[in-house]
Design a protein around this ligand. Structure first.
Ligand code: SF4
Ligand code: SF4
Length: 370
């Protein structure tokens, strides 16, 4: 239970970290800014990461944050530094910062309900079975960095692994064996170490092709990478039968800045660029969207607007709505209620999307927020 510093409303769905309700974030952005900045300062300073994308230095164009990095400092993702007047990538194809594991198929992946591994879509060209691929596995690659700073981060432990562990693209590609049917890059966010994931994909696909095996490449991302990189990811996705899963935090930009610390304009630009590729390979779907239903913030108004924009791009884009689990700096919020999820589900369908899915159903609470 927290109180909004601007309108003084008290509710269990107001985050104590932000101390702002959704309406004040959206409608009073100038007054909300200092509270938003201090929430992200508390989240990032313990890890030595910049509180906001820096604005005085050499410009990095790898993602939409467009950090201008001062001498001796790092960009928002912590993976690019200005050393002696030149930008240097900390993650390279020789050493990415990541951990990985195998996940039995079908996984609880946000796209599993429409992808070759979970549904057999694209069989026999892209799926090993005309149905779920039992007996095979996914190589899950968890990058230890991110281009966003979500206060509700569901994988927040990546921050404790910052600049720890690692594997070359070559070693990671060698982990793909004859039982591995797909690779999924997530994290953190693969956008922050995307060169490593692209090289791993190329090496693994070359070997799979040599052996005549199916191997799908998928990314689960906030979609903030540069359009040039987004197109490279889509080329690999299309040829392999994989998909790019865009995790859309919000439609409203002010709300997005409050929740993640940065703008969502690059993500929406990339979505509109990549949606043009869908007719090249409509089955299995190359583009999938998802949103986390954060109580008090990502409500049916927000979901309806996200769904409307997706439907404008292509009404066939599959959209998954995910139950929220309280954690990181939003651990004081409740889990998503069933009525919240159902309102959002109806809103997404009503906005014109034909394929909407409710995931993480086990997390949903029976009662509505008091
Ligand atoms: S990749 Fe993005 S977040 Fe990282 S330094 Fe470059 S512009 Fe900033
Ligand atoms: S990684 Fe791709 S192919 Fe594998 S389960 Fe997820 S969406 Fe399906």
């Amino acid at each position: 239970m927290a109180t909004c510093k601007l309108c003084h409303k008290t509710s269990p769905t107001i985050s104590g970290a932000l101390a702002l309700c959704r309406d004040c974030i959206v409608e009073r952005p100038d007054e909300a800014r200092p509270y938003i900045e201090s929430a992200h300062r508390r989240a990032r300073e313990p890890y030595g990461l910049p509180v906001a994308p820096p604005r005085k230095g050499i410009l990095c164009r790898r993602c939409g944050n467009a950090c201008a990095i001062p001498e001796g400092e790092r960009g928002f993702c912590g993976m690019v530094e200005n050393r002696e007047g030149r930008l240097r990538l900390l993650s390279t194809v020789r050493r990415g910062y990541l951990s990985w594991y195998y996940d039995s198929l079908p996984t609880n992946c946000v796209a599993s309900w429409v992808c070759p591994a979970g549904s057999g879509a694209g069989y026999p060209q892209y799926s090993l079975k005309d149905g779920p691929e039992f007996g095979y596995r996914n190589l899950a690659v968890f990058y230890h960095s991110c281009t966003y700073d979500c206060l509700f981060c569901q994988n927040s432990h990546f921050r404790d692994l910052y600049l720890k562990d690692g594997a070359s693209a070559k070693n990671l590609a060698e982990a793909v064996d004859d039982r591995t049917a797909c690779v999924c890059y997530f994290g953190g966010d693969p956008a922050s170490q995307v060169e490593h994931s692209l090289q791993t994909s190329r090496l693994a696909l070359r070997e799979a092709k040599r052996q005549g095996r199916i191997l799908r490449i998928c990314w689960e991302t906030n979609g903030s990478m540069s359009p040039r990189i987004a197109r490279q990811m889509m080329d690999i996705t299309l040829q392999s039968g994989g998909c790019i899963k865009f995790d859309l935090k919000s439609a409203d930009e002010n709300l997005h800045i409050a929740l993640t610390g940065v703008s969502n304009s690059q993500t929406w630009e990339n979505l509109s660029i990549l949606a043009e590729y869908i007719p090249k390979r409509p089955i299995p779907p190359p583009l999938v969207a998802s949103s986390l239903l954060v109580p008090g913030y990502v409500d049916e108004t927000e979901v309806a607007e996200i769904a409307r924009r997706l439907a404008d791009l292509n009404p066939e884009i599959p959209y998954s709505l995910l139950g929220f689990h309280p954690c990181h700096h939003m651990s004081d919020l409740p889990t998503t209620s069933r009525t919240h999820a159902q309102r959002c589900y109806r809103a997404a369908l009503g906005a014109g999307l034909s394929r909407v899915n409710l995931a993480n159903l086990h997390l949903l609470r029976g009662e509505d927020y008091g």
